[in-house]
Structure formats: structure tokens, C-alpha cells
Ligand binder design. Structure first.
Ligand code: AMP
Length: 594
């Protein structure tokens, strides 16, 4: 394999000090039962609850340690100890009880990274509610769609986000009983508006004490929406047992432990923002850095240096922006505390790995996983050499395979069986079902869930190849979903919104390569009779998309009178994409030409 020639070799001192010093040995000796035994469990054998593992177990023995260090948008720094986090999350759990929220009901958050997010998330888990975090950059349509599909009972948001994203759609959400507004109740334009409750006032009125009710490890805990090529977004359901995988993988893949200052820059609406942006650093008793502000290269270096961050988990898009920002900024900062840098969510360019090794002094370690897997599945480990451009190798406890693909691009199951391909050959990445953070269902979509498995393998929808030494290399998606700046966008959701515009007869959306965001969303539309494809309509359609969809809206749009269809009438996004990029058009036998 040509890829194996290029390696970043780790010094022995780094290998020895890693929390998992020997990958092969760890794979041989690992068991999920042993990983589960590291959890403390609820007192008196009352089960397993994520929030107990993250907060209460530490509050009991070293409550004065800093759990969260919040770097406020106003420049302030607030430290929250484990004992204080216990009190605050107890109050949130009591508040849900006071509102009459029943176990298993869904509590949504539409919040930026602010302290209330962590309190609401962990308080919900204590109370036995199911947490569903949304991206705060979503427009009103994706917010409403997910609240509707997830039958959200409670939404925690800010006055500003409520006014822009929720108020326009609230009437269409009868199941949504309570909207709790975080922040100072006097701040918001919604102060006093009917149907809204100030979170601060609600928390003031309840008790500090709360006993987590018995929790079965298989009780639902988290709901994360993700996108497919067709149909509505899929709500992946995770259970409390997932914490076993959050904890074990954070140590193995992120080299995380109790003495770390950990910074995860992921958006709280993304699965990474929960598994590793909230839960895992706390289960380890580490200090989790919470930065309320958005990306700014110079300030990010200030945070890394000033807070003495030891483990940093970020994304390729952000790293590419740092590369562009130049090396001089790095030289002005003392990054000597930084021990491990990891990234996830989109392909990580080999050049960025090398840049990081040279300029930051530590290479970026790529990790692969997805909403459905709940935790990192494939990783470059702290003690192991890196093959730049490779996603790494499967975690201890995870069995992966590369399966032969059929004519539809997915794992070939025509005869009922799946077949692995040879090393070096592209195929669909599959994982042997059964790890603790594996999703337990797509909410209300049992068939779709069942279709994700074959012969005991979970089929990921990603095309990869494995080299002769067992390293995995990402090749692309087996479907039409788009990855833009780390976010998965379902083309159908975007197309449906565009088609609600009176000028649009048909819409198709593709991912177009972009040097920073990986891909950007590009839309093609055909117009209804009587509409002229001029510049003002073009701009109006883009702004129509932006207002309704927010961050998943198309950034480019073209009017094209001839969108390619299959004979059965489906738009062929694959062909549009090939044409846009000047790539070979592939097999056109199913294309409607008339
Ligand atoms: P999400 O469920 O939104 O986290 O998106 C998961 C998808 O992101 C995966 O199925 C991959 O297509 C992509 N992805 C995640 N990690 C990587 C990675 N390290 N390299 C390439 N693609 C990745």
C-alpha cells in the first residue's frame, strides 16, 4: 500500500505515558463487562444513570474539584465544582418534576454553549427524561421538524433563539408544553410572554436535593437527530448504558483522564457535543472547558495556552482555518501543556496532520464515528504511530469490516449474505452490533432501523478501505448526504423547503467540494411556468432558504431546466454532482433521457 510509507513515529516517552500504551494488548484483553465494572452504578444497585456517573459519583468524593470552567462571552471566567454541578442539576431535575414531566419524555435544548446547557442536559438525565440537543444555528423549519418528530415536551432555549426560531413555529407544536428561557429573565424580548417560563425563576423555586430514581441501563437517555438521503431526519435513540462506551473510548481514543483540562469545540447540537462535549470528560472527573464564543483563531490559541489545555478535541474545518491563519500566531503562545489533539467528523487532510506535528508540536489524531455509534469507533491512538490521512484502527471492543457493495452502492445483500472485500478494496464500513453506545432504534421508524443491519453487522453508509496492516481510510459516503463544516445535511430536508417556494417546481441538492468546509450545500432548481430565472429570483431563493433552514441552507443555487431523473422519477443527485465537478458520469442506464 502506498499510504503505509508515510508515518509519524511517536517517541518512546509518548508511548509509555499514554493511558493505553499498547494497542494490540488492549484489544486482546478488553471486554465490555470489565469496562462496565468501572462505572460506580446508582447506590444500592438501583441501576446505571449517565448523570450519576458524570456528576454525583465525583461530587461525593471530590466535590471541590472544578467540573466546568466557563469562559463567558463577556470575558468572565466561572468555575463550577462537581458539588455545585450536583446541586444545579438536582434543581433542574426537581424543576422537571414540578412541571409534571414524566420519565421518558423528551427535553430538547436549543442553546449555545452556556452553563444552563450542561445543567439542563445532566438534570434531564437525572430525572429520567430523554435529552435531545439541537443545533442553535438551525432555522425554524429544522427546529420544528425535530420537535415534532421527537414529540418534545420541554424546550430549553434563550429569549433570542426563541424569538427567531421557535415563536414562528410554536403554534404547530401542540405537544410542546413548556418553553424554558435560559439567561437573565429580564434580558429577553419575550419577558412575560404567555407560554414561556424563566428557567432561573423555576430553578430558584425548587430544592437542592434529588435522588436519581432507579434507572435501567437500557432506559432511553439521548435522542440525536441525523440525516439520511430520503425522508425525514432520523432520531437515533441511545440508552444510559452508552456511558460505558463514552468513558472507555475517551480514555482509549482521546487519552483522557482525571487530571486533564479538556476542551471540546463541538457544537452542543451534535452527538460529539454530548458524548465528549458533556459526558465523558465528567465521568473521568476531568475539568471541562466551556467556551461560549465562536471560532476565532487568535483567541483559540489564547484559550489553549492560557487555560493550559491538555487534551483538545476539535474538527478538520477549524484546523484548516488555523492552518490558514499562519504559524506566527502559534509562536506567540505557549502550548507546552497540550498533550493530545484529536479531530472528528469529516476527512482530516494528511497535510493538516503533518502541519500540526510540526507547528503545534503534536500531531492531530483523526477519529471516526457517527450519530448512530454514540462513541468513537475508529481512532489514531496516543501511543501509536500515525499514518496521515488514515482514520486509524478500531477501538478495543469494536469489530469492524469492509463489505462488498451492490449496485445501489450499499453493502451487497442480494443473496441474504454480506461479504468482506480484500484489503485495499473500497467497500461499506460495517461494525459488529452490540457495543454499549450503539443506537437502539430510530424513533418511530423500526423498518429504517432494521434496514441498517445485516447478519449482525451495523452498516454505516460510509465507503472506506482497509490497508494490509488494518488501518482504515475514508473514501466517501455510500449515499447522497452532505457533510458541510462537519455537519451532516440531508438533501431531502433542504429540497423540501426550497420546493415550498412558489417559484420552484423541483429541487435537488448536492455537496460541492470546498477548501475549508469540506463540502458546501449547492441547490439546483427548476422553475414553475411564469417565473424568470433572473438575479433577483436567485437571491430571493437563497435568502428564503437561509431564513427557514439556517445553517443547513444552500450557499449556492443554480436554475437548471433539466434535472436528471431515473426512469422511476427520482432525481439523480449523483449525476448532478458528477456534472458539477466534471467527473465521469458513471452508469447512465437508469437515467431518463426524454
Ligand atoms: P454525524 O452522524 O453527523 O456525526 O456524521 C457522521 C458521518 O461523518 C460519518 O458517517 C462520516 O461520513 C463522517 N465522518 C465522521 N468522522 C469522519 C472521519 N474521521 N473521516 C471522514 N469522515 C468522517
Amino acid at each position: 500500500m502506498t499510504e503505509t510509507v508515510d508515518m509519524i513515529v511517536k517517541p518512546d516517552s509518548v508511548r509509555r505515558s499514554a493511558r493505553m500504551p499498547d494497542y494490540d494488548r488492549a484489544r486482546r484483553t478488553f471486554s465490555w463487562a470489565a469496562a462496565r465494572a468501572e462505572m460506580s452504578g446508582l447506590p444500592n444497585g438501583r441501576g446505571l444513570n449517565i448523570a450519576h456517573e458524570a456528576v454525583d459519583r465525583h461530587a461525593a468524593v471530590r466535590g471541590d474539584r472544578t467540573a466546568l470552567r466557563v469562559l463567558g462571552a463577556d470575558g468572565t471566567t466561572t468555575d463550577v465544582t462537581y458539588a455545585e454541578l450536583r446541586r444545579r442539576t438536582n434543581r433542574f431535575a426537581n424543576a422537571l418534576g414540578a412541571l409534571g414531566v414524566a420519565r421518558g419524555e423528551r427535553v430538547f435544548t436549543l442553546l449555545p454553549r452556556v452553563l444552563d446547557l450542561y445543567v439542563a442536559a445532566l438534570g434531564t438525565l437525572k430525572a429520567g427524561g430523554v435529552l435531545c440537543p439541537l443545533f442553535s444555528a438551525f432555522g425554524p423549519e429544522p427546529v420544528a421538524e425535530r420537535l415534532r418528530l421527537g414529540e418534545g415536551r420541554v424546550l430549553v432555549t434563550t429569549p433570542r433563539l426563541h424569538a427567531r426560531r421557535v415563536r414562528p413555529v410554536r403554534a404547530a407544536l401542540p405537544a410542546l408544553r413548556h418553553v424554558l428561557l435560559a439567561g437573565d429573565p429580564a434580558d429577553g424580548p419575550d419577558d412575560g410572554e404567555e407560554g414561556l417560563t424563566s428557567l432561573a425563576a423555576l430553578l430558584d423555586a425548587v430544592d437542592d436535593d434529588f435522588a436519581i430514581p432507579p434507572t435501567d441501563p437500557e432506559d432511553p437517555a439521548l435522542l440525536h437527530f441525523t440525516s439520511g438521503t430520503t425522508g425525514t431526519p432520523k432520531g437515533a435513540v441511545h440508552v444510559h448504558d452508552a456511558v460505558v462506551a463514552h468513558h472507555a473510548t475517551a480514555r482509549a481514543a482521546l487519552d483522557l483522564g482525571p487530571d486533564d483540562v479538556f476542551w471540546c469545540t463541538a457544537d452542543p447540537g451534535w452527538v460529539t457535543g454530548t458524548s465528549y462535549g458533556i459526558i465523558a470528560p465528567l465521568t473521568h472527573g476531568a475539568t471541562l472547558l466551556v467556551d461560549e464564543r465562536e471560532f476565532d483563531a487568535e483567541r483559540w490559541y489564547d484559550v489553549l495556552a492560557g487555560q493550559r489545555v491538555t487534551v483538545w478535541y476539535t474538527a478538520p474545518t477549524a484546523l484548516r482555518l488555523l492552518v490558514r491563519h499562519g504559524e506566527a500566531a502559534v509562536a506567540r503562545h505557549d502550548l507546552s501543556a497540550l498533550r493530545h489533539v484529536a479531530s472528528v467528523g469529516e476527512p482530516l487532510d494528511a497535510e493538516v496532520v503533518r502541519w500540526s506535528a510540526e507547528v503545534l508540536g503534536v500531531p492531530v489524531h483523526d477519529n471516526w464515528w457517527q450519530t448512530e455509534t454514540g462513541a468513537i469507533m475508529i481512532s489514531n491512538f496516543a501511543a501509536e504511530d500515525i499514518r496521515p490521512g488514515s482514520m486509524g484502527r478500531p477501538l478495543p471492543g469494536i469489530e469492524a469490516a469492509v463489505l462488498e457493495r451492490g449496485p445501489d452502492g450499499r453493502a451487497w445483500r442480494a443473496d441474504g449474505h454480506v461479504r468482506p472485500v480484500r484489503p485495499g478494496v473500497d467497500g461499506e464500513l460495517a461494525l459488529r452490533a452490540g457495543w454499549p453506545s450503539m443506537f437502539r432504534g430510530y424513533l418511530h421508524q423500526e423498518e429504517r432501523y432494521a434496514a441498517s443491519f445485516a447478519e449482525g453487522w451495523y452498516l454505516t453508509g460510509d465507503v472506506v478501505r482497509r490497508d494490509a496492516d488494518g488501518w482504515y481510510w475514508f473514501a466517501g459516503r455510500a449515499d447522497d448526504v452532505i457533510k458541510t463544516a462537519g455537519h451532516l445535511v440531508g438533501p431531502f430536508e433542504v429540497e423540501s423547503v426550497l420546493m415550498a417556494h412558489p417559484a420552484v417546481a423541483e429541487a435537488a441538492v448536492i455537496g460541492k467540494p470546498d477548501p475549508v468546509a469540506g463540502e458546501l450545500v449547492k441547490a439546483f432548481v427548476t422553475l414553475r411556468p411564469g417565473w424568470t430565472p433572473d438575479a433577483s429570483l436567485h437571491d430571493e431563493l437563497l435568502s428564503y432558504g437561509r431564513q427557514r433552514l439556517g445553517s443547513v441552507a444552500p450557499r449556492e443555487l443554480a436554475v437548471d431546466p433539466h434535472l436528471p431523473h431515473t426512469r422511476s422519477g427520482k432525481i439523480l443527485r449523483r449525476l448532478l454532482r458528477a456534472r458539477e465537478l466534471g467527473l465521469p458520469e458513471g452508469d447512465l442506464s437508469t437515467v431518463e433521457t426524454s
